[in-house]
Design a protein. Structure first.
Length: 435
């Protein structure tokens, strides 16, 4: 199983290499010491991950070649814009035309898009964002794996099922060896090239422990590692980067300071944002975003969240629905509608960085059965599969009935690849240079 296509190195300029994929040229950062012109490599998230033998690469490329072009053609067909805009008001037609041409769209216009309600108008919005996704990023869809290694948390986020205040949750903590083995399996057996290591803010894992785990995973298998254990401090960020982490997944949750404070009594928004800024300065790839549908949140807040995500130089936008958990103070607050989530994804594509990835979150899949297909044709181009061993994943209960939490990894992979194939997407992340 393969989530990346090997590419050939055709130029090396200091740390930046140019890689050829069936004639498409992409840049990537190289940290391998022995890379030469003409070598075949796997890249992920803009990083060279692994050098592979020429005969192995050529064998993989020959099986990919036909499929690669077939998928591209299908995606192109499915994302084609329909020039007919019958029954659409003039104002909307104008905003969508500007969006499709990458012209600046005003905040008031983006808010108008977020307020759309009529089905035929929403469909047109999603078509435009899908068109933009295809235009800027082609048909590649990145598939990251996520290992949730501890559900202990010292924080008391008011919406979160693993908050320290939830006394009825059965807690688990994977051992260092279990985490390293799970990562090894995900990379070597299932073919993942990028993994997120996520947990609550668990004091039992010191930065030193996390560094050890990251270094050991990277020693055993080449993989792009994202950390997601909350606020580890600036020194912690630097040490984790040194140990080999190259990405961070950390939502700021909401850019509205009042809502943030209400939902995170022990924390403040500035500190979360400062962490993300520091991580970017250190060279981390940033995955960030917010929750959709928080109590008291307005469309103005959602738009501010999208703009903040852009400001934070996110290479991947993660926006998912708030889902009420019965053991939290927000049990009675309703989740957002499926349309509200799709509109947010579409506006991320229109107002966000054109090269950014947008992920269909597991939260969205929990809210809507067809979330993956719906999200991917509304501008998204990434998915994250849960590769936590099944005996642990059922207790990583941040909200109830989490999609896929009881599914075997292989079953998730097969289902995802089928959806991607049907949409003409290639499960690859060809990589673009960040920074
Ligand atoms: N400790 C890390 C951190 O602080 O980012 C990662 C763990 S935290 C549980 C991961 C994410 O779960 C949060 O960023 C939050 O958006 C999401 N989450 C928690 N409770 C949720 C809920 N009830 N509905 C939807 N998402 C939720």
């Amino acid at each position: 199983m393969c989530y990346a296509i090997p590419g050939k190195v055709i130029e090396i300029s200091d740390k930046i290499v140019t890689v050829d994929y069936f004639g498409e040229k992409k840049k990537a950062i190289n940290e391998l010491s022995n890379l030469k012109m003409g070598d075949y490599i796997y890249a992920q998230g803009g990083y060279v991950i692994k050098n592979i033998a020429e005969d192995e690469a050529l064998a993989i490329l020959s099986t990919w070649k036909e499929t690669f072009f077939e998928l591209q053609e299908l995606d192109l067909r499915l994302s084609r814009m329909d020039s007919k805009k019958q029954g659409i008001d003039k104002k909307l037609a104008l905003i969508l035309d500007k969006s499709a041409e990458d012209l600046p769209v005003k905040d008031s216009e983006l808010l108008y898009l977020l307020s759309l309600k009529k089905q035929h108008e929403l469909e047109l919005l999603f078509k435009v964002s899908n068109f933009l996704r295809q235009k800027h990023l082609g048909n590649s869809c990145c598939v990251h794996g996520i290992i949730e290694f501890s559900n202990y948390c010292s924080q008391d986020c008011q919406y979160c099922g693993i908050s320290t205040n939830n006394k009825s949750l059965s807690r688990f903590r994977m051992s260092q060896d279990e985490i390293i083995d799970a990562a090894y399996l995900a990379v070597e057996k299932h073919g993942f090239k990028a993994l997120v290591l996520q947990s609550g803010e668990d004091p039992a894992f010191s930065v030193k422990d996390l560094c050890k785990i990251i270094a050991e995973i990277k020693k055993r298998s080449p993989v792009l590692i994202f950390i997601s254990s909350g606020e580890v401090g600036f020194t912690g960020l630097a040490r984790l980067y040194q140990a080999g982490a190259r990405g961070i997944l950390m939502r700021f949750e909401t850019s509205n300071p009042r809502i943030y404070k209400e939902l995170h009594p022990k924390r403040d928004l500035e500190s979360r944002i400062a962490h993300l800024k520091e991580a970017y300065k250190l060279g981390y790839l940033i995955i960030t975003g917010g929750l959709i549908g928080l109590p008291g949140q307005t469309n103005e807040d959602i738009l501010a969240d999208i703009k903040l995500t852009r400001e934070l130089n996110a290479e991947m936008y993660t926006f998912g629905p708030f889902l009420p958990h019965p053991e939290t103070p927000l049990v009675k607050s309703p989740p957002p509608s499926v349309e509200a989530v799709l509109k947010t994804l579409a506006v991320c594509r229109i107002a966000g960085d054109k090269e950014a990835k947008i992920v269909v979150t597991t939260g969205f899949e929990t809210l809507a059965n067809r979330a993956r297909e719906q999200g991917l044709i509304a501008g998204a181009n990434s998915v994250m599969l849960n590769v936590t061993p099944e005996k642990f994943s059922k207790n990583y209960c941040i909200y109830p009935n989490r999609a896929h939490s009881k599914e075997a990894i292989q079953k998730q992979i097969d289902a995802t690849l089928k959806i991607l194939r049907n949409l003409g997407r290639a499960p690859t992340d060809l990589g673009i240079t960040h920074g």
